[in-house]
Design a protein around this ligand. Structure first.
Ligand code: SAH
Ligand code: SF4
Length: 372
């Protein structure tokens, strides 16, 4: 009897619609069906959810009791189930987040702290369809794309952990779509999530602090500027098409020249709002790390507002590549800088908990081994 009651309560909770991730017009539309709701109710609920981090309608004390109960009976405010939380030796945090529909619906998000800020790396899909040869995520088939709710939920989990609600200076200051998946293959949902995250009456994350990273889905690169106006990162990794075809197979569809053309369009659309485009370049020992390739990189990028970010390859079990020697990375960086292109080397973070760039994978097998 007791068990049956528990199940029916669980079923009722699952049936409730989650308000996280709806756009403000969608929320207004949704709440308009409630007789007790006023014109400004959606705005009030929005501020409670995103400014104050309230997840229980009873805590929304400026709404009438009847309205609160009505909201409670129809909706929930749910970020996702944190199945595992890990902290690395360098204080990088990783969360394994599950979503209700399927036990395989699990992604990872990573929070990388810096002295006066923290960058949250979120996933846009469960797995990835693109199979870049150096990326762990690429070995996990695409299970499905995430909803806007699931993308925003990853931020809310990190913000809650960081006590970022009701404060003026937030810890989670930057967000990068560099977790699992290709954000431009899930653009509608990612775009909606960005609109929620940047809404000035809610989370109000500044647009230039959000970076969408793509392996080069050319037709949608200009939309990063025209739809949402956030920062762009391109996973370049090679200066020649024959090598990029191997490292980033999407290059066979959208080769280097047209990726760079799309970047020019992005830069034009951003106009004076624009920041430099980040070009990510994974350093693979003996594969793409020669001095002549550094010079080629300068030639390719000189005409664009660019910033090269060299990423020492992060190994994963079964990977066929090795990380370039530190001296080689340094020399490569020096050539790029001397050629007049901004260049930094990304310090690997969270490697001991497999949280570094390209190490994320959430297959059912791995999840089982982490949880038990
Ligand atoms: N799909 C998008 C975003 C996710 S990958 C993209 O490809 O841009 C985020 C970044 O990590 C990309 O630049 C990717 O090329 C890089 N990356 C993937 N595997 C890596 C690894 N093992 N070591 C270092 N960087 C890696
Ligand atoms: Fe997918 Fe990006 Fe990994 Fe390539 S690097 S397999 S696009 S997640």
């Amino acid at each position: 009897m007791l068990r049956r009651r528990c199940y029916s309560r669980l079923a009722a909770a699952l049936a409730k619609k989650n308000l996280i991730g709806l756009s403000l017009p969608q929320l207004q539309h949704e709440l308009a069906t409630i007789p007790e709701a006023r014109k400004y109710t959606a705005q009030q609920v929005w501020e409670h959810m995103y400014r104050r981090g309230i997840t229980d309608f009873q805590g929304m004390t400026n709404l009438s009791k009847t309205l609160r109960s009505e909201l409670d009976s129809r909706y929930k405010i749910h970020y996702g189930h944190v199945q595992l939380a890990q902290v690395s030796r360098d204080q990088t945090r990783k969360w394994l987040v599950g979503f209700a529909d399927d036990p395989r619906a699990v992604v990872e998000s990573v929070l990388i702290p810096e002295p006066d800020r923290a960058t949250l790396c979120v996933s846009s899909q469960i797995g990835c369809s693109l199979q870049c040869s150096f990326c762990h995520t690429g070995t996990q088939k695409l299970f499905r794309s995430l909803t806007a709710s699931e993308v925003v939920g990853q931020y809310m989990i990190a913000a809650k952990e960081a006590n970022d609600f009701n404060v003026t200076k937030k810890t989670v200051s930057n967000m990068v779509f560099m977790g699992q998946g290709e954000p431009l293959y899930n653009w509608r949902q990612v775009r909606q999530a960005i609109q929620v995250l940047t809404d000035t009456n809610g989370i109000a994350m500044p647009k230039h602090k959000i970076t969408v990273s793509t392996s080069g889905v050319v037709p949608l690169i200009p939309n990063v500027a025209s739809d949402v106006g956030v920062s762009l990162a391109i996973s370049l990794h090679a200066t020649r098409n024959d090598l990029r075809d191997v490292l980033v197979p999407l290059n066979k569809t959208f080769p280097l020249e047209i990726v760079l053309e799309a970047c020019t369009t992005y830069a034009q659309l951003m106009g004076n709002r624009g920041r430099r485009i980040t070009f990510e370049y994974v350093m693979l020992d003996g594969v793409n790390d020669s001095q002549s390739e550094a010079r080629d990189l300068v030639r390719l990028l000189r005409q664009l507002p660019s910033h090269v970010n060299l990423i020492p390859f992060n190994p994963w079990p079964g990977s066929i590549y090795r990380t370039s020697k530190p001296e080689k990375i340094e020399k490569f960086a020096r050539i790029v800088m001397e050629g007049g292109v901004h260049c930094t080397v990304r310090r690997p973070r969270g490697q001991d908990i497999m949280a570094a760039c390209g190490q994320l994978k959430s297959s059912a097998e791995k999840k089982r081994s982490l949880v038990t």
